[in-house]
Design a binder for this molecule. Structure first.
Ligand code: SF4
Length: 371
């Protein structure tokens, strides 16, 4: 079973730190876009069974219920869905009880709110269009209607010391899932000019681990993600297990049949040729093995030796013995009879694990990053 990702590339306002694929829009998501996505789904060539559907963005909560219904109908016509997890990312500003009711009625099973902070100073710094009171209201409206809901939070924004109160409020609201990201000052964004505000490395790590201290009862199951037991995001686990997924909408990646492909990023290019690809790459077996390990080492569970052998028909040590021994010696991963897992240091320096594996296993090209 594959995962289905749908990229809704519109936002009411453009947050100045964001480098996702998004376009400003005043009203509802245009029908022309909905037509394009539905057409792209209908024309998809590949597996028929799917276990997850994920509406990401951009701002999927700008979809009118009728548009969401049309896209879900197109997914349902093209794919056999087996007890699917159907997730939607939502901006707190858009969430009203009526909209959340509509999501439920349409089969959405999981809502992820882009809260980012419960501090008005931080939200202002980030240029978000919602304030803390709106975030609280949205959490309440979603929690009333969905058992499986979560939120995204950002640390490292000014004022930095608001982080503890945000974490405490998050914990008190008891979502099932929390994603915690460090603010970055990307070159292609207006925030590049504010790079001097960035916290130093020690502070960054202190803020990163403070989330774990506050989120007691959650499993820190991935570098940036926490879940109540059994509430891990099934869709994102597909990426971290390096399994197959189909992406629809501008800039979306797919990985099907050993080919990783990306849709055109520019909205007009996408609308002109929905289903066209701006890049497509057949990965070698060695590249798939290396990517699989890199992705698995984002997970606290790491990788089971037996699972590697079953999937690739060879022992993990045969392929990566030197790199794995080196990573154990550096304290970035640990090994027992059954598996390899990242250590706490390995969570902090996750890229280092990837670099060592690439060095030994051959360089994967243009890895799709999900964090
Ligand atoms: S952070 Fe989210 S809401 Fe803000 S511009 Fe980026 S995709 Fe849109």
């Amino acid at each position: 079973m594959i995962g289905i990702y749908l990229h809704i590339p519109y936002c009411r306002t453009l947050c100045p730190y964001c480098d996702f694929v998004r376009n400003p829009i005043d009203g509802a998501v245009p029908q022309r876009f909905v037509d394009a996505v539905c057409g792209e789904i209908a024309a998809f060539e590949g597996p028929d069974k799917a276990g997850t559907v994920f509406f990401g963005g951009g701002t999927p909560s700008l979809l009118a219920p009728a548009s969401l219904e049309r896209i879900l109908a197109a997914v349902g016509e093209r794919f056999v869905l087996e007890e699917p997890e159907v997730s939607i990312e939502a901006n707190p500003d858009d969430v009203r009880g009526g909209l959340a009711d509509a999501w439920r009625a349409l089969g959405v099973t999981r809502v992820s709110l882009g809260v980012q902070s419960f501090d008005d100073g931080v939200l202002g710094y980030l240029g978000r269009r919602h304030d803390a009171a709106t975030a609280r209201q949205a959490c309440g409206a979603v929690a009333e209607r969905f058992d499986n809901w979560g939120m995204d939070l950002i640390f490292g924004a000014q004022p930095v010391d608001a982080w503890d109160a945000t974490l405490a409020e998050c914990a008190a609201l008891a979502p099932k899932h929390v994603s915690v990201y460090g603010l970055t000052y990307e070159a292609a964004t207006p925030f590049a000019a504010r790079a001097g505000d960035a916290v130093d490395d020690d502070t960054y790590l202190e803020l990163y681990w403070r989330a774990e201290a506050h989120l007691a009862g959650f499993e820190h199951y991935e570098v940036s993600n926490y879940a109540q037991p059994g509430r891990e995001c099934r869709h994102n686990l597909i990426y971290w297990n390096n399994l197959e997924y189909a992406g629809f909408g501008p800039g979306a990646y797919s990985f099907v049949g050993g080919i990783r492909a990306r849709n055109p990023v520019a909205l007009n290019d996408y609308l002109a040729h929905p289903g066209g690809k701006c890049e497509a790459l057949r990965l070698s077996d060695a590249e798939v093995r290396t990517e699989t390990l890199i992705q698995h080492f984002r997970l606290a569970a790491g990788i089971r030796k037996a699972a590697y052998a079953e999937r690739f028909g060879r022992a993990i040590h045969e392929d990566y013995g030197h790199a794995l021994d080196g990573l154990v010696a550096r304290g970035l991963i640990e090994e027992d009879r059954e598996e390899f897992r990242p250590t706490r240091r390995g969570f902090e320096l996750n890229n280092e694990i990837g670099l060592a594996l690439v060095h030994e296993g051959g360089e994967p090209r243009a890895i799709a990053s999900e964090a």
